[in-house]
Design a protein around this ligand. Structure first.
Ligand SMILES: [Zn+2]
Length: 203
């Protein structure tokens, strides 16, 4: 893999970096070299401005920044047409499990930003014509996520594959309400309720 520089700035308040250099290297290792030929650096920074920005390109479209985010959040409002929270292992209206956040940040946000680095019209000197804009960047992300998730990838970190069945069950876990017991049985959350961490920050 060609030389790519990684940097991480300190995340303030309780924000944290959700991806690591290793995560990105694993993903890049699964892609054809041509797709990341322009990529010189990846920066983990703290520029989300209150979860308004997840990532962006910089450095003459040779660098990608991935923003630090709070420990508890929902990313549902960032989803585009054709996407659902369950695709990443989350549930609409609830905060996202950690694996779902990381999976989405890597296999959607990072891939989308990498899409913006692609040259679509080499003959053009105008940046808007020369480089992939929103639609192409998202198509690039959707294409590669679909391609990479179509076959199981052997890796200990589950974010490199589509969410597993039992992981989706984590996403639909709800607080135990007396009315949640369907037929007089005890009302109990599915599985381990310790995963519940409070209300969603955004939704
Ligand atoms: Zn974009």
């Amino acid at each position: 893999m060609r030389d790519i520089r990684f940097s991480a700035s300190i995340a303030h308040c309780d924000r944290r970096h959700w991806l690591s250099e290793e995560d990105i290297r694993v993903l890049l290792g699964r892609l054809p070299v041509e797709t990341y030929q322009r990529l010189r650096a990846v920066h983990f920074n703290d520029q989300s401005h209150g979860v308004r920005m997840l990532g962006y390109v910089s450095g003459g479209r040779r660098e990608i920044a991935i923003c630090a985010l709070p420990p508890r959040l929902s990313l549902t409002r960032f989803l585009v047409r054709g996407q659902s929270p369950s695709m990443f292992g989350a549930r609409r209206g609830a905060q996202w499990p950690k694996l779902a956040v990381r999976r989405y940040m890597l296999y959607d946000v990072f891939l989308h930003e990498l899409g913006h680095l692609q040259i679509v019209d080499p003959g053009s000197t105008k940046e808007r014509r020369r480089f992939a804009m929103e639609r192409y960047a998202q198509e690039f992300a959707d294409h590669w996520r679909g391609t990479l998730w179509a076959r199981h990838f052997e890796h200990t970190d589950p974010i490199h594959n589509a969410p597993a069945q039992e992981e989706s069950a984590d996403g639909v876990r709800t607080t135990a309400e007396p009315s949640a017991a369907p037929n007089g049985g005890p009302a109990a959350p599915f599985g381990n309720s310790a995963v519940l961490e409070g209300p969603p920050l955004v939704s």
